[in-house]
Design a protein around this ligand. Structure first.
Ligand code: ZN
Length: 96
């Protein structure tokens, strides 16, 4: 009897965890969708207009513009050396 009660209790806990996993799964799915949309938008913006201005703006808004991490969020307040050297290169090409 005691064991049955324990098993029922365990089953309830597992069901609760499963419900939470399902919730998280939906949340992550929504985030991934949003991420895809934002990335597509960034690529689109990168393709139009003054490339250097767009890239500088993206960098200032907190996104990587360097090829290895392009369009990923930068850690707040951390400059990326790849991005900085990439922007310097772009600026030189722009001023030609
Ligand atoms: Zn970077």
């Amino acid at each position: 009897m005691k064991l049955t009660e324990s098993l029922i209790e365990l089953e309830e806990k597992l069901n609760a965890i499963l419900a939470e996993v399902r919730n998280l799964k939906m949340h992550i799915y929504a985030l991934e969708e949003e991420n895809e949309r934002l990335r597509a938008k960034l690529y689109e913006e990168r393709a139009q207009g003054n490339a250097f201005d767009n890239l500088s703006r993206l960098y200032d808004e907190g996104f990587h513009v360097c090829p290895p991490h392009f369009a990923r969020a930068r850690k707040a307040g951390n400059d990326c050396l790849f991005c900085i050297s990439f922007l310097q290169k772009e600026r030189k090409q722009n001023n030609k």
